[in-house]
Each structure stands twice: as structure tokens, then as C-alpha cells.
Design a protein around this ligand. Structure first.
Ligand code: DGT
Ligand code: CA
Ligand code: CA
Length: 568
């Protein structure tokens, strides 16, 4: 089995465990291990000691080894024997999570998407905890379901794409090469990989790529392009002479919508654009363009960064010279939402601090879960106080970084918070989030979250819509109202950088910024390596036109300290 298939199998085990209503930490073990394999960037078979992978202990190492060597792991065999196969498919429906699927199966004997489509919604509504509206939604989702391909997470695509790019760049015939397509634009999910290269000898580069060790199947192989399958994913390599590299890179970076409006603009100037270069209208005589900068300049436009190429106003801004000065990873001075082994994290205060120092951060805020969240080992007030002392001690120990104690405090069903205000007041920073009762409906959820936003101790709202990419739809909430309330109370909203969250999504981040709301770009790291997920949050912020002035954790320590002292 290849990595992509192993990732799917691990995710399936996680889903099956959840359908069975097994405890959250067991499920999490498999999803986290799937993420580790996805991030690997080389075949599992080449890894000598799988236990060295993050989140992989002895049991999981054995499961992964079995999968890599085409054996069915015992746990998968057992689960597959117990649970009808159609249930996993049901969990792909929006609005039906694995635990719901499990209940539909146990309580209504639903075993497939088709079975669900034929069910009377009233029967679901009759179950404890389900409403009429959500029941209708589930049945409708089943009726309109088509088994569409799932898209890769940006993180998975990045690991694989960089591995392939490295191969192309290190070939002697390659002069330049880059990842193009949605991966260069850093979209949150990626369909296939696009690579462009410049070479005076395209054929030898094309041949080498087709025979590369990571290639499982060659779909097309010409002198200037090669399409392959690697790790279950399609990757397209296109090669041109160095003088035409800019036009090719631009064309295959997209987006298609951006290319179309750019082409229309060029036509008005009497110029045609194609992947080969620019031509005077009507001549078909395409002159190569070596760099993207030159391409934009020839059209009287400022250079447009790939993350903005979505036809959402970037051409007008480039024309007027009002493109934003986008935030960069190097602008980030600290992480405001990380976990430790006090709750459900793997790292210690010290190991996380040292990883943050290695990234050059000036400050780090530990935000473990609050008391009600038993599944995540949430901290009782006493344990929180002990942790505050431990963080202060560690802060004394490390002169290079300021360590602060916060909390990811649960927003309870009625909108009150999971600690008393007096305790929240003792914390340096408070991240509030919804983790339970997702299905209360838009009105109740919006009011619940607005109540939390109005708490004077809450600095930011974590992962405000609760979505998990490829796994869970956002809960129903009026985000525009949250944004207005955040603006009125000087509360920030989080852009959670965790690879399968990236929550808030781009349109909402842009709306928040325009409303004057500041954002926190946090990793929600549960171990040291996940601190590096910051790059995904930053790229999502860039796609939302965010400048560093709108990001709380781009403040220097001095400014950040002042912000904390001032209160809301
Ligand atoms: P993906 O792969 O679904 O995540 O999204 P992209 O944006 O990577 O799309 P893909 O791989 O189909 O094509 C890569 C780029 O090539 C795309 O962003 C723009 C360009 N392109 C592809 N087909 C067309 C087309 O028919 N017209 C135009 N104008 N551009 C195209
Ligand atoms: Ca693509
Ligand atoms: Ca493509």
C-alpha cells in the first residue's frame, strides 16, 4: 500500500471507532497517525522505525506496517466484521458525523446512503437529540449524494509536492522549477499537483521524471510534459525553454477565473495571452515571457502574489497600486494557542517552549482545555492553578521567550464559560471555543457565541465555525453577526492553522478584516512539530488579503504586553 492509501485506511479505522462510539482519545490516535503519514513525503516502506513518527506508538506502528505490507491489520478486520460497509460512506454526507451514523445504524437499522435516502425524516426526528430540520437535512443529503472524489489537504499536498519538486530541481537539465496550480495559490484543499520547469533540454528532464522512484503509473509522456500518478495522486509536469518560463508558470498557477479576467483585460489593450507568452492581437505571434513580474508589468499591473489570484478584486487593486502588503510567516512573533500534556497535548511546557524558541518566537501562550471537556482531559480549577505556577516557573527559566498561561475555555451550551470569571481574570490570555452541542441551530449557536464574545476576559474565539475539512461541516452560525459583535467588543477571531481546520475560511477572514476585527493566527498545536502549521494559517490569511497590522500575534512582545494590560 502507498502512503495515500495508508492514510485513508487509518482514517477509516478512526471513523469506524467513532461509529462504534469508542472514546475520543482512541479515535484521535488514528486520525493523528494518519496526519503523520500524510506529512511524510516519502514512502512508509522506507521508514525504518515507524515509532519515531509523531503520534505513532507501538500499536499504531504495527498497524501502519501491516498496511504498508498489504496485510489487513487485526483492528480493521474486527471493525469491518462488526460494522456494515455502507456506514463509512454515510459519514461522508454533510451533516452526518460518525457518531450520528452509529446511532442511525443501532437505533434505526440504517446501513447505507440509499437506506438513509428512503427513510422518513420523522423517524430520525423521533430519536433523542435530533430535530425535524436536521433530520430533513440528513435525508436530503443522502438523496443528492454523489460519490465525488475527496480533495487532498494542503498539508498532504505540500509534503508530496515538495518531494517531487526537489527531484525536478536537482536534475541537471532543470534551470528553474516551481509548484503551480492550487498548491502555489495555497488553497485549503488540492485536487492534483502541477509542476512547471524551465530547461534547455526538456526531453531528458521529462524522461527522468517519468522514471522517478515515486512514480507508480505514467498517464502521458511527451517531450515537454509528463503526467503521472504518485502516491495515489496525479502530478502533471510541464517543461519549457527558460525564456518562456514566466508565461507557463503564470498560466498553470491559475486560478482559471484569474486567468480569464486577465485575458479579457489584455484583449482590451490589444494583447493576447496564452501559456506561450504574449501576442499582438490577431497576429498569433506569441513572444515568450521569462518572468511573471514581466508579464504583469507588460499589462500595466503590479505583481499579483499567487494567493490573490482568484478574481476577487486583485486586478483593480494591481491597477491602482493598492494591493495589500501581505502578512508573512516571518512577521509572526508568537503562537497564542498551543496545548501540552496537562490536557490532550503530547508535549510538555518545556518541550513546546524550546520548539517555539527554535522558531524565533518572542512569546508563547499555553491554552489547555477547560474542566468540562473530559474527553480532552480538561483542567479542573486546581489543576489550572498548578499549571499557571508551572508556566511562571518555566518562564523564569527561559530568558529567550515569554511564556504565558491561557486556556482554551469551553463555551457551554448556554453561552457561559467553563471557568468562573475570577479565574479567567487570572489568566494571561483566553481563547474561547465551542466543542459540544454543535446541533443547537443557527439562532441558538449565534447567541451562545455572542455571549462568550461579550465576556470581558475573552481575547479570541477559536475555530469559530467548527468545521473539519473532509470530515465535518461547520455548525450553523451567523458568522457575520459574530464579526459585528467582535468588532464592537474588541474581541479577536482566530484563524486556526491546524491542517484540517483552517477555520475561519477566507471570505469570513476578509469580512472580519474589513469590519476592523483583528485575527489571531494560531496553530492549536498538540505537539512540537505542529507548531510549523503556522505557514498554513498565514497562507490562508494572505488569501484573505490580511496585512500584519491586523494580526494580534504579529505584535512585538512590547506591543503585545501593552495590549494584554489594556484589556478589551
Ligand atoms: P485543483 O487541481 O482542482 O486543486 O485546482 P487547480 O487550480 O490546480 O486547477 P488545475 O489543476 O485544473 O489547473 C491548473 C491551472 O491551470 C488552473 O488553475 C488554471 C490553468 N488552467 C487549466 N485549465 C484551464 C482552462 O481551461 N482555462 C484557463 N484559463 N486556465 C486553465
Ligand atoms: Ca491542480
Ligand atoms: Ca492539473
Amino acid at each position: 500500500m502507498q502512503n495515500n492509501d495508508i492514510v485513508r485506511a487509518l482514517e477509516t479505522i478512526a471513523t469506524l471507532l467513532e461509529i462504534k462510539d469508542e472514546p475520543y482519545y482512541r479515535v484521535l490516535g488514528y486520525t493523528r497517525a494518519a496526519e503523520s503519514v500524510a506529512a511524510l513525503g516519502r514512502p512508509v516502506r522506507e521508514v525504518e522505525d515507524l515509532k519515531k513518527l509523531p503520534h505513532v506508538g507501538g500499536t499504531l506502528a504495527e498497524v501502519i506496517r501491516d498496511l504498508a505490507e498489504d496485510r489487513t491489520p487485526q483492528i480493521l478486520a474486527e471493525l469491518a466484521g462488526e460494522i456494515p460497509p455502507g456506514l463509512v460512506e454515510i459519514t461522508r454526507l454533510p451533516s452526518v458525523g460518525p457518531r450520528t451514523a452509529g446511532r442511525l445504524w443501532r437505533e434505526l437499522e440504517v446501513t447505507s446512503v440509499e437506506g438513509l435516502a428512503e427513510l422518513e425524516p420523522a423517524r430520525i426526528a423521533g430519536l433523542k437529540g435530533f430535530g425535524k430540520k436536521s433530520a430533513e437535512k440528513m435525508v436530503n443529503a443522502a438523496k443528492t449524494y454523489n460519490a465525488t472524489e475527496r480533495r487532498m489537504l494542503l498539508h498532504t499536498a505540500t509534503a508530496l509536492g515538495e518531494h517531487l519538486l526537489e527531484f525536478v530541481r536537482s536534475h541537471p537539465a532543470a534551470e528553474r522549477a516551481a509548484l503551480a496550480g492550487s498548491l502555489r495559490r495555497m488553497k485549503e484543499t488540492i485536487g492534483d499537483l502541477d509542476i512547471v520547469a524551465a530547461s534547455a533540454d526538456p526531453q531528458s528532464l521529462a524522461d527522468a521524471f517519468a522514471e522517478a522512484p515515486f512514480v507508480d503509473e505514467v498517464l502521458a509522456h511527451g517531450p515537454k510534459k509528463v503526467f503521472v500518478i504518485s502516491n495515489g495522486v496525479e502530478a502533471d509536469l510541464r517543461i519549457v525553454e527558460p525564456e518562456a518560463y514566466g508565461a507557463l508558470l503564470h498560466h498553470f498557477t491559475g486560478s482559471q477565473a484569474h486567468n480569464i479576467v486577465l485575458r479579457e483585460r489584455a484583449v482590451k489593450m490589444g494583447v493576447n495571452i496564452s501559456e506561450y507568452g504574449l501576442a499582438k492581437a490577431g497576429t498569433g505571434d506569441y513572444r515568450p515571457v521569462a518572468d511573471e513580474e514581466e508579464l504583469y508589468a507588460r499589462l500595466d499591473l503590479a505583481y499579483i502574489p499567487p494567493e490573490l489570484r482568484e478574481d476577487t478584486g486583485e486586478l483593480e487593486a494591481a491597477e491602482r497600486g493598492t494591493l495589500p502588503d501581505l502578512v508573512e510567516v516571518s512577521d509572526v512573533r508568537g503562537d497564542l494557542h498551543v496545548h501540552t500534556n496537562y490536557s490532550d497535548g503530547k508535549g510538555t511546557i518545556e518541550s513546546m517552549a524550546e520548539a517555539a524558541i527554535a522558531l524565533g518566537y518572542e512569546y508563547l501562550v499555553f491554552c489547555d482545555h477547560s474542566q468540562s471537556l473530559r474527553v480532552a482531559n480538561g483542567l479542573s480549577p486546581e489543576r489550572l492553578k498548578a499549571k499557571m505556577r508551572a508556566v511562571r516557573e518555566a518562564d523564569e527559566k527561559y530568558g529567550e521567550i515569554h511564556l504565558l498561561c491561557g486556556s482554551e475555555v469551553d463555551i457551554l451550551k448556554d453561552g457561559t464559560l467553563d471557568y468562573e470569571d475570577a479565574l479567567l481574570a487570572e489568566l494571561d490570555f483566553v481563547v474561547a471555543a465551542v466543542h459540544t452541542s454543535f446541533g443547537v441551530g443557527e439562532k441558538a449557536m449565534t447567541e451562545r457565541m455572542i455571549r462568550a464574545i461579550n465576556n470581558p476576559h475573552v481575547n479570541t474565539i477559536a475555530h469559530p465555525t467548527g468545521r473539519i475539512l473532509n470530515r465535518r461541516e461547520p455548525y450553523e452560525v451567523d458568522v457575520s453577526r459574530l464579526i459585528k459583535e467582535a468588532a464592537a467588543t474588541n474581541t479577536a477571531l482566530e484563524l486556526n492553522s491546524y491542517v484540517d481546520r483552517l477555520d475561519l475560511s477566507v471570505p469570513y477572514v476578509r469580512e472580519a478584516m474589513n469590519a476592523g476585527v483583528r485575527i489571531t493566527i494560531d496553530t492549536d498545536a498538540h505537539d512540537e512539530t505542529a507548531l510549523s502549521f503556522m505557514k498554513y494559517g498565514v497562507s490562508q490569511a494572505r488569501r484573505a488579503w490580511v496585512e500584519k497590522g491586523s494580526v494580534i500575534n504579529c505584535m512585538s512582545w512590547t506591543e503585545f504586553e501593552k495590549y494584554l494590560k489594556a484589556g478589551k
